[in-house]
Write a protein that binds this ligand. Structure first.
Ligand SMILES: Nc1ncnc2c1ncn2[C@@H]1O[C@H](COP(=O)(O)OP(=O)(O)OP(=O)(O)O)[C@@H](O)[C@H]1O
Ligand SMILES: [Mg+2]
Length: 246
């Protein structure tokens, strides 16, 4: 007889993928130490898309780094996919991040000495995937770069570089994708292509998405829009995705 207790209910609301409770974070040292995130509590449901907006310096990127386990809070709790970050050391946190969280930055962060294919394959190889090169090629094809596998970042346009970065983030099939102004360095039409791709992948894979943007129209495409002001959550509103499905 199977006596295991089911880990998740079969019905009811989607479980939280990200749960942040009473989080405070300061950066810098001595007199330059700044209290950046102030008493943030936030839950993001599995498969939900969150748009994070707010003025420059309000703490959006810092909050994203906390969700990705790249910054540690002074106090409070971060639980992602049922795993409490407080209990993990740096190595365990890096392993967790590699498997579960994809990150896309405004400035792409590609490795300049590696081709598009190698950039996408590296995280897969690090995760021990024996099929890394083939999967990397598939991901690049999925973002329309099947003809650019062996190009170096300097040989690619900004939009193409961001698509490589997106393929790299998506390749390990993360449960969560966090994107920090992924269109900030792109012209409007290229930016729109990247965003359409991002939302298509979010819908296709049921991936939880946290998108930092200065573009309120873009944030509105999410299920929920959260506005930060001076390190605090200032307002939360439904986006058009939520209204469309209501
Ligand atoms: N290492 C650091 N040491 C001290 N202060 C920092 C550090 N990193 C960020 N800050 C400060 O934290 C605040 C929040 O920064 P953050 O980058 O999260 O803002 P943001 O909302 O992403 O802004 P932007 O829209 O300009 O990207 C800013 O006032 C910034 O100066
Ligand atoms: Mg920022």
């Amino acid at each position: 007889m199977d006596t295991r207790i089911p880990l998740s209910p079969t019905s009811g609301p989607a479980p939280d993928t990200i749960s942040i409770s009473n989080l405070n974070l300061s950066l810098g040292s001595g007199a330059a130490r700044v209290h950046i995130l102030k008493d943030i509590s936030l839950r993001v449901a599995e498969g939900e898309a969150i748009g994070l907006i707010g003025p420059s310096g309000s703490g959006k990127s810092t909050l994203l780094m906390v969700m990705a386990g790249l910054e540690r809070p002074d106090s409070g709790e971060v639980v992602v996919d049922g795993t409490a970050f407080n209990g993990l050391d740096e190595d365990a946190l890096a392993r967790f991040r590699g498997r579960r969280i994809g990150i896309v930055f405004q400035s792409f962060h590609l490795i300049p000495t590696m081709t598009a294919l190698e950039n996408v394959a590296v995280p897969l190889e690090l995760a021990g995937d024996p099929d890394a090169a083939r999967r990397a090629a598939q991901e690049l094809q999925a973002v329309g770069l099947g003809e650019r596998l062996h190009h170096y970042p300097t040989q690619l346009s900004g939009g193409e570089q961001q698509r490589v970065a997106l393929a790299r983030a998506l390749a390990p099939d993360p449960a969560i994708l966090v994107a920090d102004e992924p269109t900030g360095n792109l012209d409007e039409s290229t930016g729109k292509q990247i965003v359409d791709l991002l939302f298509a992948k979010h819908a296709e894979r049921g991936m939880t998405l946290v998108l930092v943007t200065h573009d309120t129209g873009l944030a509105q495409r999410c299920d929920r829009v959260i506005r930060l002001r001076s390190g605090r959550i200032d307002a939360t509103q439904p986006g058009t995705a939520a209204r469309a499905s209501a």
